[in-house]
Design a protein around this ligand. Sequence first.
Ligand code: NAD
Ligand code: WQD
Length: 341
Amino acid sequence: MSKKILVTGGIGYIGSHTVVELLQQNFEVFIVDNLSNSHISVLEGIEKITGKKPHFTKLDLVNKLAVEQYFTKHHDIDAVIHFAALKSVNESVAEPLKYYQNNLGSLINLLSNMISLKLNYLVFSSSCTIYGQPDRLPVNEEAPKKTPLSPYGNTKQIAEEIILDTINANDFIKAISLRYFNPIGSHPSSLIGELPLGIPNNLVPYVTQTAAGIRQQLKVYGNDYNTSDGTCIRDYINVVDLAKAHVVAVNRLLENKTKENFEVFNLGTGKGYSVLDVIKAFEKVSKKKLNYAFTERRSGDVEQVWADATKANKVLGWKAEIGLEETMLSAWNWEKKYRGI
Ligand code: NAD
Ligand code: WQD
């Protein structure tokens, strides 16, 4: 019998790509999402790619009673992948309580039900934001967590602590926290992809929307950093590569292969690229000249960060496979298809 995986936030960007990989590996997928940052039409894309239909329930995980009722009905879930969260750094600075309530409230409700139903396995979406500007690069999982630069970043730090404390008190629960670097790109089918609401904060959707004529000009935040070309450096990881790591993590939990009850893994490529590298890769694959200009630094940006992903490579046997150019092409193809260009 196929294992039942609950995917919270499964209509969102990374969640939807992970649902595709899970369905292709014959898991039975149960999605809960309140659609606060996603559109239900994503389900059609998932179905077109896989030929399968995941179960879907519209539900706000902050609603304690609704979550209890959901788990009463679905008490035979084998593992949970918890993507659901709000993720805008800027919005979290303006509305911190909304972020603490949503991101931590939903996690607490989820864990409470896992305890009462004796559900064993959790995969959690964490972030490289918890490393801030690391003292040493590439950054590995042992690096100290830095003072969070935003309430959003703080929710990821606190969430990891909440999970660890919960596991220490309930040793039947095992969790894997996956610390993503910068996920970009889209499924090669262009049937699902990144769908930011309003003006994008993140680099790649801003690049593709500018090329598509929706934004006038990309502003590159700072060219006076202490990097080879003066722009910031990040570890941009293809979203399909990232999604596949979740399947590996779930299997590791289900097959009882974990060495500790709480394991953390960096998910990155291990390579750092500057903002200008990303623009150049985009221009090459799209054969379009991008309208961009340098402007002052964005407050809260770290100068450079990229992953030491050795632990995920060795322990999970997972490695990012897709390069920057292929990933930028997938982002562009998705934008073109979505806009009907
Ligand atoms: P996303 O906004 O596309 O997806 C999140 C989904 O969760 C959305 O569909 C949203 O509607 C849903 N959601 C939010 N709050 C909910 C609630 N209370 N109840 C039910 N559903 C709720 O974001 P994403 O980029 O796919 O990110 C997924 C996870 O990965 C998040 O936890 C995010 O913090 C983390 N993460 C993202 C990035 C990134 O750059 N995209 C990097 C590191 C970590
Ligand atoms: C990348 C680079 C910008 C937009 C954020 C969150 C982080 C994580 C991923 C979830 C930076 C530059 C950007 C633009 C630009 N999310 N840039 N012009 O800031 O690395 O990470 O998303 O956990 O927590 O902080 O990603 O895509 O915003 O920026 O020059 O219009 O592109 O300065 O150097 P970031 P990003």
